[in-house]
Write a protein that binds this ligand. Structure first.
Ligand code: ADP
Ligand code: MG
Length: 681
């Protein structure tokens, strides 16, 4: 009867044409879908509250006797209102129903019922009222009741009844997904029991036990899927990069590589020489020198006669990489830049030269992954600031060649627990060391009263030969209707140019400027011709001007923690002392909390974890970013411990049975494959 689960949901008693269509709209097509369509929450009917203990605003179960016949009347507006009173001896509660003509037959004076609903006060404030409560006859409350995600046409109770019927008909034939040893190890409920208890629990303990089992299963399947996918990718043969030229490259650099950089380069070079496809994540805090690692690898790949591509999330960053890498690479390496603003003629020439192999390295923005870009022999695809791209974009870059090696670089604004999942299919190299001589950035949080002082300070710094950023939340005034006092980049620029910094070379950079204009300003700043850059968060990611030693962030309360960390990462890139000033008048706790985290640490991992704690997982871990299948029950953050266990177990299962071909793993394999399909599209 295992196939029963794959049958259309209309084979469930009580599900007809209409209901089948309504369910399909919620993604429920088969009996199995229905059994695994989990409640959103539960109504606790298990312990009725005495009426004298009611409090307005609470949603509770009550029990009592209807003490008046139901009175029904129609308002002038046409609404049908039914009212009666409930008593449990000492207490009284008014019950009101709207437009329900059956109530008069359903509620009888002198009979006992249990009700569930929200308690409010009547207009005069002297009486508690429950409006449109759910109810059941008798004095035995039904325990816990599942509430399903409902729609206008399909009510939670209707879903509940369909689920109940499905459980009665097919609950016994659900095959066990988990190997017996694991059920034993964690004392998990068998699948049939877990399904019954998640839908029809008697108490909180039932729900907990059912959730624990189902969350574990969900995470185990996720981990199996990720491991299998990673393995499959790694098994793919990649072109062999035989000659390792990274040492020669390193000797040409103006600095000595850090131990961490050397280690990462060696790990990648070994991957690329193995004949297998490299799938590697390079994690390193801002300023740890990821670009040099990528450069060394690209140089080696080109030296072996292949092509490379590097994709950056912004045009400013792509331009910068183009400049830096052109300098890093030796004479013979032909580097080209492709962005949204590459003129058509140049673009055409460039595309042709990629196809014939005359261009060795392509650096660019999203433009790199558009259809028309074809390579002659692409062997290495690098994505910088990976967290800015979705999984899908990362995938399309690697589809540009015959399974090119893939390196993704990220400043890890994602805590370890989460990166393990998002990047579960990647090997990881970590740059856990900053280049020698770096000093931590001194960070201050001040109010706007300090602006004049900050500006005098900026002037002194610039006169001493340093450069600075002033970051503003807006481009122009009046951009938002928020009545907050936000400083716009334009306004700030005007003020500075006419006031304290008069006569000094100041630049303005924001997202609304034309790309060529942005490029011009950024170049002038890099070259040191512009000393102060007033900008928006266009500089947030990747921008590298080592001589910049001061960053002032205006309206710092407007920025998230990871964003502030990235912004601060624009300074502290040289050997001198750097300063970050966060300007904010905000008094709200969240903002104050963020600013104090910034003052306390400059460790990207710690900041990411604080960010997660302050914001909660929903915000932090947008699905768009992760490209992961959505979990039904599991919460990737709060269920981290189960996740670790599942990851270990997945590894052990695959070590013993790499293709999940043992009969005991049949159900797991099926579910894992289904996940793959979901992941693939
Ligand atoms: P990120 O990891 O944030 O991308 P970058 O690659 O932009 O960091 O490097 C930050 C700065 O440090 C750059 O100016 C780069 O040239 C410099 N740098 C990189 N590696 C070293 C090193 N080993 N010693 C000194 N400076 C380095
Ligand atoms: Mg970078």
């Amino acid at each position: 009867m295992a196939d029963a689960l794959g049958m259309r949901v209309r084979f469930v008693k009580g599900v007809g044409d209409a209901r089948e269509k309504q369910l399909a709209r919620m993604g429920v097509r088969t009996v199995e879908d229905l059994l695994f369509f989990f409640p959103r929450k539960y109504e606790d009917w298990s312990s009725p509250v005495p009426l004298v203990d009611l409090k307005a605003g609470e949603t509770v179960c009550v029990r009592g006797t209807v003490s008046f016949p139901v009175s029904v009347y129609r308002t002038p507006g046409g609404t049908l209102i039914a009212r009666t009173m409930l008593t449990d001896g000492p207490g009284l509660l008014r019950l009101v129903f709207f437009n329900n003509k059956y109530i008069k037959e359903q509620l009888k004076e002198g009979e006992t019922y249990c009700f569930y609903g929200k308690v409010t006060r009547d207009e005069d404030g002297n009486m508690f009222v429950m409006a449109s409560p759910a109810f059941v006859p008798g004095d035995q409350p039904p325990g816990m009741r599942a509430v399903y995600p409902a729609t206008a046409s399909l009510k939670s109770r209707q879903i509940g009844r369909a689920v109940e019927n499905a459980l009665a008909q097919y609950g016994e034939s659900v095959p066990e997904t988990l190997p017996a040893a694991l059920i034993e190890k964690y004392r998990l409920l068998p699948i049939g029991e877990a399904l019954k208890k998640i839908h029809l629990p008697e108490n909180e303990a039932d729900i907990r036990a059912a959730r624990r089992r189902l969350i574990y299963e969900e995470l185990l399947i996720l981990q199996l899927g990720l491991c299998l996918r990673g393995d499959a990718r790694r098994q793919e043969s990649g072109c062999r990069i035989e000659t390792d030229r990274t040492a020669a490259f390193a000797s040409r650099l103006p600095f000595a590589l850090t131990g961490a950089q050397k280690r990462a380069i060696a790990e990648c070079a070994a991957d690329m020489a193995s004949g297998r496809c490299m799938r590697r994540l390079l994690q390193g805090d801002v300023g740890s020198g990821k670009t040099a690692v990528a450069a060394a690898l690209m140089d080696t790949v080109v030296g072996n006669g292949y092509q490379c591509a590097l994709m950056a999330p912004t045009e400013v960053l792509a331009n910068q990489h183009y400049e830096t890498l052109s300098r890093f690479f030796g004479e013979g390496v032909r580097v080209a830049l492709l962005t949204g603003s590459t003129p058509a003629a140049a673009r055409k020439k460039l595309l042709a030269s990629l196809e014939t192999g005359e261009t060795d390295v392509l650096i660019g923005t999203h433009a790199v992954i558009t259809e028309r870009v074809r390579f002659h022999r692409l062997a290495l695809a690098v994505t910088d600031e990976q967290h800015r791209f979705g999984v899908r974009q990362r995938a399309s870059l690697s589809e540009k060649g015959e399974a090119p090696h893939v390196l993704v670089m990220s400043a890890t604004p994602i805590p370890r627990t989460l990166s393990m999942i998002v990047y579960g299919d990647l090997d990881i190299s970590v740059l856990d060391e900053k280049p020698a001589g770096r000093q931590p950035v001194e960070t201050y949080a001040v109010t706007t009263d300090y602006r004049p002082r900050i500006r005098r300070f900026l002037r002194k710094q610039i006169e001493a030969g340093r450069q600075a950023y002033v970051v503003c939340p807006l481009v122009e005034e009046g951009e938002t209707d928020v009545s907050e006092n936000l400083l716009s980049a334009q306004q700030c620029f005007d003020e500075l140019a006419a006031g304290e910094l008069k006569g000094l070379p100041i630049g303005l950079l924001h997202g609304r400027m034309k790309p060529a204009e942005k490029d011009r300003v950024m170049r002038a700043f890099s070259a040191g011709d512009v000393k102060l850059l007033v900008c928006t968060t266009v500089i947030e990611v990747g921008v590298d001007v080592p001589n910049a030693a001061v960053i002032v962030v205006e309206n710092a309360e407007r920025f998230g923690l990871s964003q502030l960390h990235q912004l601060r990462g624009r300074v502290g890139r040289g050997s001198g002392k750097s300063i970050c000033v966060l300007v904010s008048d905000a008094g709200n706790d969240a903002a104050v909390g963020r600013l104090s985290v910034m003052r306390e640490t400059d460790d990207g991992f710690k900041i990411a974890e604080a960010d997660l704690a302050l914001r909660g997982p929903g915000d932090f871990f947008g699905n768009r970013q992760s490209g992961l299948p959505s979990m039904k029950l599991a919460d990737l953050v709060t269920d981290a411990r189960i996740l670790y266990a599942a990851r270990e177990d997945a590894g052990a299962i695959l070590a013993a049975d790499p293709a999940l071909s043992e009969p005991e793993h049949a159900a797991l394999r099926k579910k894992t494959e289904a996940l793959f399909r979901q992941y693939a599209d």
